[in-house]
Design a protein around this ligand. Sequence first.
Ligand code: NAG
Ligand code: NAG
Ligand code: NAG
Ligand code: NAG
Ligand code: NAG
Length: 192
Amino acid sequence: MKTLVALLCTISALAGSVFPYKCISCMCRNSTTCQETETECLGDRCMVASQYYYVVGKEFKSFYKGCANETLCETKGAGIMKNAKFYFWTHCCTGELCNNQVYELPKEDPTPNGVKCPFSLCVGTLEECKTDKEINCTGSMDRCIDYRATLRIQYEKDTNYSGKGCVNNDTCRNNLDSNIGLEEIHRGYLKC
Ligand SMILES: *[C@@H]1O[C@H](CO)[C@@H](O)[C@H](O)[C@H]1NC(C)=O
Ligand SMILES: *[C@@H]1O[C@H](CO)[C@@H](O)[C@H](O)[C@H]1NC(C)=O
Ligand SMILES: *[C@@H]1O[C@H](CO)[C@@H](O)[C@H](O)[C@H]1NC(C)=O
Ligand SMILES: *[C@@H]1O[C@H](CO)[C@@H](O)[C@H](O)[C@H]1NC(C)=O
Ligand SMILES: *[C@@H]1O[C@H](CO)[C@@H](O)[C@H](O)[C@H]1NC(C)=O
């Protein structure tokens, strides 16, 4: 009897550490109606990510739910350039199926924060996009960015972009390629 109890305890302890956790899973590309399923994860953490960007007349909103990627947990990226805008938000939680949040785009604080940055966007070049224009940065976007890269936006043909504007600290730390629907093919220059 003693050994059976010991065995059962061992089995349940193993089950707790070995059997995978479940998380809610979905990937909505430019849509808010997501087909949710369940997925098994190795860790015990789940993640929700939402993203918005606008580039020269094109808008894109997406949501992701699934296993946590610890390098992306709790980011809150935000950036603005001339004719371009970007928000990225992730949240991780612990426990089975804990990522049951509603789909919500990140909100940004529109209050000017006193920082001013050059404000430009040049399409079709990786050269510096020079400008005399300035923008009053808002909310968490307290530093200036100069970014030049070849981007593939939602499967369209690769295009070179070069621009300046305001970003927050998480955007500089996490790079712009941790994205859904926007792929950085080649990084020409990044300075925050
Ligand atoms: C995303 O959806 C919006 C409508 O909700 C549409 O105007 C826009 O063109 C779509 N973006 C892309 C990149 O397909
Ligand atoms: C930035 O803010 C200043 C006031 O601090 C204002 O005079 C200026 O017009 C603003 N610039 C822009 C581009 O909004
Ligand atoms: C980024 O800035 C926010 C405030 O806007 C601050 O709470 C956070 O600690 C900063 N993160 C890093 C890594 O500096
Ligand atoms: C981007 O610019 C580089 C350097 O000028 C050039 O070699 C490349 O072909 C350009 N890419 C596109 C997609 O235009
Ligand atoms: C987590 O995100 C980072 C940054 O985007 C990426 O490089 C890495 O491959 C991701 N890891 C997994 C397991 O998906």
